[in-house]
Write a protein that binds this ligand. Structure first.
Ligand code: SF4
Ligand code: SF4
Length: 272
């Protein structure tokens, strides 16, 4: 599957209307071969779906199933799925079984899109619109099947729009960060905050409700109730907060009085 480091051959760009022949089913000779020796970058919503599926906390899921990496051209910390399995000597996805994917209905975004890759998560340059490309791995025989798709049909069939909608602001952050000159580096503290707010929703919840976050930042009562009870509302808050933290953009409001009080007391504004 697609890699976070795809230096080399530029991808052939596809649009939503591009067509291709493809079908993946249990009788293809390559069944599950795309689940070995792969590098799958996980999105924030992938982590939420998988950790809930496995009834784990985000901290437990991150520790057990992910490997941290820096995303090329952004200096931002991301995670990839850790290859814990072993199929005929090859490192394999921990969720692959001879009969298929153990977490199929909660499989990550990259697995849903495959055999298509997403430009915004991989190759997109800042002045380009979103685009897709074929991952083009020689072992994938699904292209020999005769079912015709457009990229738009494939996205609908694989229910990727739900994932893309939840992750939309986070994906924009990656794209915007790529547009900043590479020599502008983030501090380790900012990287840690990006990691927590992106991937570690249970830790981020504690950060919001158990630190002085709600004294420093202005959220109305209805939103506080929403983020207390709805994990996706909390995730959206984390993206908006990151947008404000990294780019000073968006409607995120800081309670100036509380910030000045903390600043004069010599305390950092935020600690994730
Ligand atoms: S999550 Fe499922 S589809 Fe994705 S690599 Fe693992 S086994 Fe394959
Ligand atoms: S390699 Fe291609 S055709 Fe084979 S199982 Fe994976 S996606 Fe399906």
């Amino acid at each position: 599957m697609e890699s976070t480091d795809q230096a080399g051959i530029p991808p052939v760009k596809l649009s939503e209307k591009s067509t291709f022949s493809f079908r993946c089913h249990k009788d293809v000779p390559c069944f599950t071969k795309c689940c070995y020796g792969i590098n799958i970058m996980l999105t924030p919503y992938d982590i939420i779906r998988l950790k809930n599926r496995l009834q784990m906390t985000s901290e437990e899921f991150l520790a057990m199933y992910t490997t941290p990496q820096l995303l090329e051209k952004t200096d931002l910390p991301v995670v990839t799925l850790k290859m814990l399995g072993d199929v005929e000597g090859e490192p394999a996805c921990p969720f692959v079984r001879p009969e298929g994917c153990l977490v199929y209905s909660d499989r990550p975004t990259t697995c849903r899109y495959y055999p298509i890759g997403v430009g915004t998560l991989n190759h997109k340059e800042p002045d380009e619109e979103g685009f897709y490309f074929f991952v083009n791995e020689p072992h994938c025989r699904g292209f020999e099947e005769d079912h015709q798709w457009t990229v738009a049909d494939w996205r609908e069939d694989q229910v990727v729009d739900v994932y893309d909608d939840v992750n939309a602001l986070w994906t924009e952050l990656l794209v915007r960060k790529r547009s900043i000159p590479a020599n502008i580096m983030l501090t380790q503290k900012t990287k840690n905050m990006f990691f927590t707010a992106s991937y570690d929703i249970d830790r981020f919840r504690r950060f919001v409700f158990e630190s002085s976050f709600l004294e420093i930042y202005h959220l109305d009562k209805a939103e506080i109730e929403r983020i207390r009870n709805d994990e996706l509302a909390l995730l959206n808050l984390s993206f908006r907060w990151l947008n404000w933290l990294l780019f000073k953009q968006g409607e995120f409001q800081m309670n100036e009085g509380a910030a000045m009080k903390r600043s004069s007391a010599g305390k950092p504004e935020t600690t994730a």
